[in-house]
Design a protein around this ligand. Structure first.
Ligand code: FE2
Length: 291
């Protein structure tokens, strides 16, 4: 089995992990889940994370072939658009992003917004493959956390985003619009059906107990050590997940982030004064826990 080189980049602000997965033979690489920095207090956007990835790529002499998102993120802006402009690489996401676009188009009241996924170069269906140099990537549709989530499997590495976190971090929440705890359970089972030694790269780490940030585990470790799956069945998981989700406030950037991420990381168009604005719907997420 191919063993791609994987480099993780941890974003302390959002607890996100961004990845570069590279083919050592051809120097081709893909960037997965890059973060565009945003400070909601000042309305500032920054490219510190994305530029650090570009600097790494340039130091290693890598050529970016793909900029991939695992799903439309609710906690940070995607840097896919920025990195596409900088590298010319193709962007991709799961095809069910169209459903997520439809959900959020209504929430933001954007009647003219195109919910056809045309904001990306490629929409991946379950089981589709793509190339990173001589490496072959495979897409597993992994809904639950969002209706559009996918896992990218490249050789012995799987980029599992917000399904399983590190074993001591449990699993991702399944209560956003379009989310479903039962589907998340099924998606997790499909990931755990990969070979035991598969390297699993998670999308977030919130440093439980204040430990250092970590993001790589294996299927075997997850099966053994993650209390959300070890000795758990579907009914138990759904009950645990739903009880826990009822206590979690909405991520502080969700309403900011979705309007950027359903555009593939492009900020909303400028108004007549040349400035771009974000839109915050009032009362659209009734019943949410106050943070
Ligand atoms: Fe997420």
């Amino acid at each position: 089995m191919a063993i791609p080189q994987v480099q993780g980049f941890y974003d302390e602000r959002t607890g996100s992990i961004q990845y570069v997965v590279a083919d050592s033979t051809t120097k081709a690489c893909a960037i997965i889940d890059p973060v565009l920095d945003f400070d909601e207090k000042s309305g500032s956007v920054g490219t510190g994370n994305a530029d650090a990835i570009l600097a790494f790529i340039s130091r290693r002499g890598l050529v970016v072939e793909w900029i991939l998102d695992t799903h439309p993120h609710a906690d940070h802006f995607s840097a896919a658009r920025y990195l596409k402009v900088r590298t010319g690489a193709r962007t991709g996401i799961g095809e069910h992003v169209r459903r997520v676009q439809q959900i959020w188009k209504d929430i933001y009241n954007w009647p003219d917004f195109a919910c056809d996924g045309s904001q990306w170069d490629r929409l991946f269906a379950d089981g589709e493959t793509f190339e990173i140099g001589t490496l072959q990537g495979r897409v597993i549709y992994s809904p639950g956390h969002t209706a559009a989530s996918v896992t990218y499997v490249v050789g012995d590495a799987a980029f599992i985003h917000d399904t399983l976190f590190m074993p001591d971090g449990g699993t991702a929440r399944a209560d956003f619009p379009g989310a479903d705890a039962g589907r998340l359970w099924a998606s997790i089972q499909a990931i755990l059906a990969l070979p035991d030694k598969t390297r699993l790269f998670t999308g977030h780490d919130y440093r439980p107990g204040g430990r250092e940030a970590r993001w790589e585990s294996t299927v075997a470790e997850q099966r053994r050590d993650n209390p959300h799956v070890a000795g758990m069945d579907e009914t138990g998981f759904i009950a645990l997940r739903e009880a826990r989700d009822r206590t979690l406030p909405i991520p502080k950037l969700m309403l900011h982030a979705l309007q950027v991420n359903i555009r593939g990381g492009e900020l909303p168009p400028p108004e007549d004064n040349g400035r771009r604005y974000l839109k915050i719907p009032i009362g659209a997420l009734l019943g949410s826990v106050w943070g």
